[in-house]
Design a protein around this ligand. Structure first.
Ligand code: ADP
Ligand code: MG
Length: 388
């Protein structure tokens, strides 16, 4: 068997700065960060709750710090053949897009990771003589895809059409979206920036057609890395292939989630009734399913069926949650007092996600797999012979 390790989902929280509007309205700060601890004060009774995460980022945290801590390790691991996933979570306006995409030139994780990958592959791809008689050359193939899930329908943001895309499962390759465009990243980092911009434009156009759509849809940017290492030793050549993918997911807001899950008391508070409640439930099927999956996985005593198939998002993330992937969750919160309920909800979810364990497994090269299986077969036969 290929070796596997149990690794907890890594959880980071980030508190954005107070917005100009919030400051103007005289909002007060109820969130504080100290090292890896985040505290939140209930404005009603001053009760303070504290949570500890793998990383906690205060209002003045920089994009580069977040990237270096949580995203860069996934790039290094991807080149070792491990899949990775980062998903951002939090109410509308809490800073998910800022962290994942960035604001203007202040690039977030997705563009930074693409630049990084480009540098990595161009700096190591040149064939060179490593040791006497050994020629090593590595070729890389990097493709990206970008999709949106809105109302349980998957839309290809790099190749927009009305086609309904389906999620499928391949015995070796795992879960994938059928007919999703995979665009080859070729020459330079600006190629990727252009793709990201195009995808975001498709989302924005849809957003203006349908009010607030972008805050109710989930997006997933996937980077696939393939490499082939060719070693020549005398007249023998050895080829090793490696594949890995990194999913960068921005989920929609949790404000709707609380409408879905918390029933009448909470719904009354948010003013959601009748149609709006129904709409919220339909739109955020994915997010409530994600909540259920997190609950199932986090509560070890509940051994049973994990409802991945209840929504597109959870099905897409199946291998990342309790599966074979190094997974990071970034929970985004607002510092303002009037977002207390939502921020506390986000922190409680993030806290639960800490106990999810993934069995990370290296994606194995087909040749190496064959060699390993043959070796195991020889060993088995040898033991049989010796036993006789
Ligand atoms: P979301 O995607 O969660 O709805 P956004 O990322 O769009 O939220 O953030 C809302 C606003 O706050 C944006 O104008 C964004 O630029 C700003 N913002 C969010 N996080 C930060 C941060 N860490 N530093 C500075 N500005 C931020
Ligand atoms: Mg957003």
């Amino acid at each position: 068997m290929a070796s596997s390790n149990d690794v907890n989902v890594k959880v980071a929280v980030r508190c954005r700065p107070m917005s100009g509007k919030e400051t103007q309205m005289g909002a007060s700060t109820i969130v504080g960060v100290q090292d890896t601890m985040i505290s939140i004060r209930n404005p009603a009774d001053d009760d303070i709750k504290k949570f500890t995460f793998d990383y906690a980022y205060s209002v003045d945290s920089q994009q580069t710090t977040v990237y270096t801590d949580v995203a860069r390790p996934l790039v290094d691991q991807a080149f070792q053949g491990y899949n990775g996933t980062i998903f951002a979570y939090g109410q509308t306006g809490s800073g998910k897009t800022h962290t994942m995409m960035g604001s203007g030139d202040d690039h977030g994780i997705i563009p930074k990771m693409n630049f990084d990958l480009f540098e990595y592959t161009t700096s190591t791809a040149t064939p060179g003589r490593v040791a006497a008689q050994t020629d090593v050359g590595t070729k890389y193939l990097i493709t990206v895809s970008f999709l949106e899930i809105y109302n349980e329908v998957i839309k290809d943001l790099l190749n927009p059409s009305d086609k309904v895309l389906k999620i499928r499962e391949h015995p070796d390759m795992g879960i994938y979206v059928e007919h999703l465009a995979e665009v080859l990243v070729v020459r330079e980092p600006s190629d990727v920036s252009r793709l990201i911009d195009e995808g975001n434009k498709v989302r924005q156009v849809a957003a203006t057609q349908m009010n607030e759509r972008s805050s109710r849809s989930h997006s997933c940017f996937t980077i696939k890395i393939g490499s082939k290492k060719i070693e020549t030793l005398g007249d023998m050549t050895r080829e090793t292939a490696m594949n890995a993918k990194i999913n960068l997911v921005c989920t929609s807001s949790v404000d709707r989630l609380s409408v879905d899950l918390a029933g009448s008391e909470r719904a009354a508070k948010t003013g959601a009734t009748g149609d709006r409640l129904k709409e919220g439930a339909a739109i955020n099927k994915s997010l409530s399913a994600l909540g259920n999956v997190i609950n199932m996985l986090a509560d070890r005593s509940k051994k049973g069926h994990v409802p991945y198939r209840d929504s597109k998002l959870t099905r897409l993330l199946q291998e990342s949650l309790g599966g074979n992937s190094l997974t990071v969750m970034i929970a985004a919160v607002s510092p303002a007092d009037y977002n207390y309920d939502e921020s506390l909800g986000t922190l409680q979810y993030a806290n639960r996600a800490k106990s999810i364990k993934n069995a990370t497994r290296k994606n194995e090269d087909v040749n190496e797999k064959m060699i390993r299986e043959l070796r195991e077969e020889i060993e088995r036969l040898r033991q049989m012979v010796q036993g006789n």
